[in-house]
Design a protein. Structure first.
Lengths: 241, 519
């Protein structure tokens, strides 16, 4: 019968008429392992559910450490999102892939290379010309904090949060964010600071140090637009040198 | 033996849980996705849910033993504090989020901790209903994403005393610069979450304008241990900024206190502003440097510069934190969203709100970045965990999916003995962060924890005994009643324009009264 728990699924403390596999592999792996462990330990303990359910020693920290270790032993490595995670436990995380920079495949009306595009957070009075500088690490922010942000810096940030660049955000001439949406925290903050910003930007040949012009004077992106409509109205990043 | 809860109370709890589930789904899938390269955001969010699951029932019982949920909602309604639209609405979400993750791990059944679940949901509902009493809703989403929290007496003071601005003048410039700095500061001090901000309204103002009331919360040395020293130079902990706009309609003011306007919010359309402070020891909103536009501009510039320095110091400190410290800080920001209720009740204890329960510490080895991101995405966005899946016939609100965020309590607990009552009393906790050592910044100065609690227990707002009359429905037919005048005069006590005017003032009178006021 479709939907009937398999024998493997049934190694859980309780039945489930409508089981399913979790959408992400790691939730499925972890939760299935915990359900099995709980079921096995309950069966071997001879105790009732009501006696163990709120007992924190029934499943304790070493049990969860073992579940993590078992997954890592298969060769699985975690996706990183915060730089500190990879820095502290490089053996547990996938290394960050080097950014591949291909030559731009598109040009604008004047024949200049279009090296990316993004959703404009707000319509600025004019387009902005500046130097693209990648800001994606704590060390880079620290450097800019101590030495000052060079004039006309258009920061290329791969983090849509508002904290990584919090102390220097107001000093950028523009921001190009490689993630998030116009509603992300970085979008909110750049709007408040009046710093022109593209969110959800995709790059096509942009390199650190390139002189660029960004079409921040295009209309603000519609947060409710479909992907197709949104793509049509994206602001372009044009390489000048 | 079955539980001693009534059928009615269980029906009501499950309905509140479902309403919360639907509202949270909408917010999570349409409003924002949090991410950060600095903070491991989703791991700390998920762990905060677990801390709420284990600790909130005990803490809520402790709070309510000192002051009922409805009183707390009534007090918070006339302040700009951390007890607000956002945090009160999050009580069911964070608590049931912890429950749902544990259900999916097979470490709970829906029939477990029934007394706790009903206690938390009942408290959250009563507190939210009292807080939202002026517009008779439970959540802004019930009102089509509108949050009219204030009765006329406070909205009128805000409008009457607002200082006029035009784009480019000193106060307008100072305000826009200050808001940008305060936003960055708030995201940082709250470890990437937006809980430092709340907005409510809109309230219609004279001439067809709209007023949005913007709260900035926990700015100074306060409950967060990491704000000791770095925020020492900031004199006020909470700020409320009424912003009056022309040619702008706020069509969404949502359950998380964020807004959308048509046309888009543009500071060039700001025509009037005010600045107030309040907290659990204040008698409503107290004006801050509002004697003149130049005084207010000067103060906002000063505050902005102070905050910029604090932002740099705090960022430098946080950038040196270990992952565990970042996790604990973010976890505790989320978990402690209802801490101000303990302040109002006079039962605030630092270790209750700023330690991670040992029952939660044991799970930390699981919470790498990928698992944190995935479990939060599945729990509140994809609704794709095994425990969230219902029958083939089921169609969820908004998504039509065959699943719901939060699992209800089965009615079988009214009929048999297959249930448990509680996770048990508060357990010890710990934190990897330095302990708080400095005093708490309040409207009555910097106080110790014991002083905060004693003063909170002693304090009653001036018009507290008249709270049953403090709504526009009664005022409509009793504007000449001495009790109405007393209520209004309490709100007007520090108003430049309306001091002593009482309940008879109409919106149309404000222009003339403003001209007559000396400022």
């Amino acid at each position: 019968m479709s939907g009937t728990p398999t024998s493997e699924d049934s190694r859980a403390p309780h039945g489930d008429k409508w089981p399913r596999t979790s959408a992400t592999p790691i939730v499925e792996q972890y939760h299935r392992a915990i359900r099995r462990l709980m079921a096995d330990r309950l069966a071997s303990s001879g105790r009732k559910w009501e006696e163990v359910v709120h007992d924190p020693d029934f499943l304790s920290r070493p049990d969860f450490e073992r579940i993590e270790a078992d997954l890592l032993a298969t060769g699985y490595r975690f996706e990183m999102s915060a730089v500190v995670s990879l820095k502290e436990s490089p053996e547990k995380y996938k290394p960050v892939a080097e950014r591949e920079v291909a030559e731009s495949s598109q040009t604008d009306e004047l024949g200049r290379a279009v090296v990316g595009s993004g959703a404009n957070v707000f319509r600025a009075d004019h387009d902005v010309t500046g130097t693209a500088r990648f800001v994606s690490s704590v060390e880079k922010v620290m450097e800019l904090l101590s030495e000052g942000v060079p004039e006309d810096t258009i920061a290329v940030i791969d983090d849509s949060g508002g904290t990584l660049t919090a102390p220097i955000l107001g000093e950028f001439a523009g921001v190009i964010c490689l993630g998030g949406t116009v509603r992300s925290h970085l979008g909110i903050l750049t709007r408040e600071h009046g710093v022109p910003c593209l969110m959800a930007a995709t790059l096509d040949g942009l390199r650190d140090g390139d002189e660029v012009e960004v079409e921040y004077s295009r209309p603000a992106a519609d947060a409710y637009a479909t992907a197709e409509d949104g793509a049509e109205h994206r602001a372009r990043i044009i390489k000048l040198s | 033996m079955p539980t001693n809860h009534t059928y009615a109370s269980l029906l009501r709890a499950n309905a509140w849980a479902r309403k919360s589930s639907d509202a949270f789904y909408w917010q999570c899938t349409t409003r924002t996705v949090q991410e950060s390269k600095l903070f491991p955001v989703n791991p700390y969010i998920a762990l905060s849910y677990l801390n709420a699951w284990y600790r909130w029932p005990g803490l809520i019982r402790k709070i309510e033993a000192a002051r009922p949920a409805e009183e707390l909602g009534d007090r918070a309604r006339c302040d700009g504090s951390y007890a607000n639209t956002v945090t009160l609405g999050l009580i069911p979400q964070f608590y049931l989020g912890g429950r749902q993750i544990l259900l999916d791990m097979g470490l709970l059944q829906p029939t477990d901790a029934v007394d706790d679940v009903l206690c938390v949901l009942d408290f959250a509902e009563r507190c939210s209903l009292a807080y939202h009493r002026a517009h008779a809703h439970g959540l802004p989403s019930d009102a089509g994403h509108r949050a009219q929290i204030l009765p006329e007496r406070w909205a009128q003071v805000f409008e009457a005393d607002a200082l006029g601005v035009i784009p480019g003048d000193r106060l307008h410039t100072a305000l826009t610069r200050f808001l940008a700095t305060a936003s960055a500061y708030g995201f940082l001090s709250h470890c990437e979450c937006r809980l430092s901000f709340n907005n409510h309204g809109p309230y219609r103002t004279a001439g067809g304008g709209e007023m949005l009331v913007r709260d900035l919360i926990d700015l100074a040395e306060c409950d967060y241990p990491w704000m000791d020293d770095v925020a020492a130079a900031i004199e006020v902990n909470n700020l409320t900024i009424p912003v009056i706009m022309k040619d702008t309609h706020f069509h969404i003011v949502d359950d998380w206190g964020s807004f959308e306007a048509s046309p888009s919010y543009d500071s060039a359309n700001i025509v009037g502003i005010g600045l107030y402070t309040s907290d659990f020891l204040a008698d409503g909103f107290e004006p801050v440097h509002m004697n003149s536009a130049s005084e207010l501009a000067e103060y906002l510039d000063h505050l902005r510069e102070t905050m910029m320095a604090a932002t740099t110091d705090m960022w430098t400190m946080m950038a040196g934190w270990s992952r565990e410290q970042m996790i604990d800080a973010g976890l505790l920001v989320y978990y402690a969203v209802i801490k101000d209720l303990a302040h109002y009740a006079g039962v605030y204890e630092q270790e209750d709100w700023f330690t991670v329960d040992e029952r939660v510490q044991r799970f930390k080895p699981l919470f790498n970045d990928e698992y944190g991101n995935s479990v939060i995405a599945e729990t509140v966005g994809l609704v794709s965990m095994r425990s969230q899946t219902w029958s083939e016939y089921h169609m969820a609100k908004f998504s039509d999916a065959r699943g719901e965020l939060w699992t209800p309590v089965p009615y079988s607990v009214l009929a048999d003995d297959e249930w448990t009552a509680t996770v048990g009393p508060m357990q010890p906790g710990s934190s990897s962060l330095p302990a708080k050592t400095e005093r708490y910044t309040t409207t009555r100065g910097k106080l110790t924890q014991a002083e905060c609690n004693r003063l909170a227990r002693e304090f009653r707002p001036a018009a507290w005994e008249l709270r049953w009359y403090d709504d526009d429905t009664w005022i409509k037919n009793h504007a000449d009643d001495p009790r109405a005048h007393e209520l209004y005069r309490a709100a007007q006590a520090k108003s430049h324009t309306l001091n002593g005017r009482g309940a008879g003032v109409q919106q149309g009178d404000l222009g003339e009264l403003r001209e007559g006021a000396t400022r």
